[in-house]
Design a protein around this ligand. Structure first.
Ligand code: EPU
Length: 433
């Protein structure tokens, strides 16, 4: 669990020398929800292309505690059996550290008519309330009692009732939770103002394959016709490529690469980043399942241009790439403006980037200016969360000298064996315990 590990990274001092191919793993934010959906099944199913990350391990632990068994059949494959599930109390110790554990509430409530869970944890990125979940459950006929740090939710009559739910904010996990709740609810659930992230559509498609009646996936209005427990025998969920990992590698390649191929990705899912990097002057070759980033020989000395980014729900610019994009902007010429619209308090990493030599100015909790290009210096830094941690790895690589990135645990919540994979591109990175 909380292993005290760090990465020692020797920076390239602004040179773009890395070459080779890096394969994108399966999307953690897709697989976590599909694993949660196993609660809706009378039997179980298989999964492939599952990333070997801390978050996946934690959700499997939570499921095991509920009576779900998971057999690992290969490095990236599991077979899940939910026929003996017998518990609807989500273990507090683990779920407090894993925000996505909140998605277990929908299927548990739908299957058992009750669920007990603690206030969910996860990366510290501003306020992350669950009011939309609670209001939706109430509309579906549930009663909520709060006790100490936990919620006890039960459904009058034992079965959730389909209803119309308008999401005040197009929340990713709330959309997924209500889709799953609707699958076993009585009657029709109509969700409006849904999030459009590809992980949601991927979950929905798999549920349909296993017998769920869902329409409108990929649009803001999703309708679910409630029915019986799903049947997954013989079915396999193939995890979609991780678009945030894809984007992370694109930014890393733009800053440190000479010629890097990002393979096994879905370029359609990173269109906003392709647009941003292209506008900044990065040479990208976009193929069907891969993206090649080559050192830009056309622009003057391979310089990049400053630009403005504003995070937005999919297909807009992802908040999960905002910190990494900021590292890119420290190396772009001119003044860039960053506007984080999804989470409050997701700009805290800028202070560390400034200590590394960046010139960034926070305007308020959501907005910042970055002036570039500025050379970066090596430093000892602490990952505050998963994505900012990855941003620090990239900053350390751009910097001159040897950096230490602590709290590797956070980074490994979402990136599988990142040290080994980066080393193959020529990065000098060493794990220190
Ligand atoms: N919100 C509410 N009330 C709620 C739920 C959400 O006000 O009940 C607000 C949030 O405070 C936020 C906005 O809605 O301002 C959107 O948050 P959302 O609920 O969509 O975020 P999430 O579902 O908790 C997922 C990803 C995050 C990613 C966000 C935004 C998972 C497990 N997590 O979180 O991923 O940043 O969507 O795209 O799917 C990560 O992978 O590093 C990560 C943090």
């Amino acid at each position: 669990m909380d292993k005290k590990e760090s990465f020692e990274i020797v920076g390239l001092g602004g040179k773009r020398t890395l070459t080779g191919k890096i394969e994108v793993k399966g999307a953690k934010n897709a697989v976590l929800k599909v694993l949660a959906s196993s609660i809706l099944f009378k039997d179980g199913f298989s999964l492939t292309n599952v990333p070997d990350t801390e978050d996946v391990a934690r959700i499997l632990e939570l499921l095991a505690d509920l009576g779900v068994t998971a057999e690992r059949t290969a490095h990236d494959a599991y077979t899940i059996d939910t026929s003996k599930i017998n518990n609807w109390v989500i273990k507090p110790e683990i779920s407090k550290r894993l925000r996505s554990s909140v998605v277990l509430t929908g299927p548990l409530l739908a299957r058992f008519g009750q669920v007990t869970f603690p206030y969910p944890g996860g990366c510290v990125i501003g306020k992350r309330p669950i009011d939309i979940f609670l209001e939706g459950f109430e509309k579906m006929g549930a009663e909520i009692v709060t006790e100490n740090d936990s919620y006890k939710i039960s459904v009058v009559g034992g079965k959730l009732k389909g209803t119309a739910i308008f999401l005040r904010v197009p929340s990713v996990t709330a959309t997924e939770t209500f889709i799953m709740a609707g699958v076993l609810a009585e009657g029709k659930t109509v969700l409006e103002n849904c999030a459009l992230e590809p992980e949601i559509e991927s979950l929905g498609r798999f549920l349909i394959e296993c017998g769920a009646k869902i329409s409108g996936l990929g649009t803001p209005t999703i309708t679910i016709e409630g029915g019986d427990l799903l049947a997954g025998a013989g079915k396999t969920y193939q995890t979609i490529p991780d678009r945030i990992e894809t984007g992370s590698f694109m930014i890393l390649a733009a800053l440190c690469g000479k010629d890097i191929e990002i393979a096994g990705c879905e370029p359609n899912h990173v269109q906003s980043l392709i647009a941003m990097l292209s506008e900044a002057g990065v040479s990208l070759e976009v193929n069907e399942n891969s993206i090649r980033v080559t050192n830009n020989k056309d622009s003057a000395e391979g310089k990049y241009r400053a630009l403005d980014i504003k995070t937005h729900e999919y297909p807009g610019f992802p908040t999960d790439l905002q910190a990494l994009a900021a590292v890119f902007l420290t190396q772009a010429e001119g003044e860039s403006f960053i506007f984080e619209t999804i989470f409050e308090g997701r700009l805290g990493y800028l202070e560390t980037l400034n200590q590394m030599g960046a010139n960034a100015k926070m305007l308020d909790a959501h907005r910042a200016l970055v002036y570039g290009p500025t050379p970066l210096r090596a430093r000892e830094v602490e990952s505050p969360d998963l994505r900012a941690g990855m941003a620090y790895i990239i900053a350390a690589l751009v910097a001159e000298g040897k950096s230490l990135v602590h709290n590797v645990y956070y980074i490994e919540r979402g990136y599988e064996k990142i040290d080994d994979r980066l080393a193959k591109l020529g990065v000098s990175i060493r794990r220190i315990t």
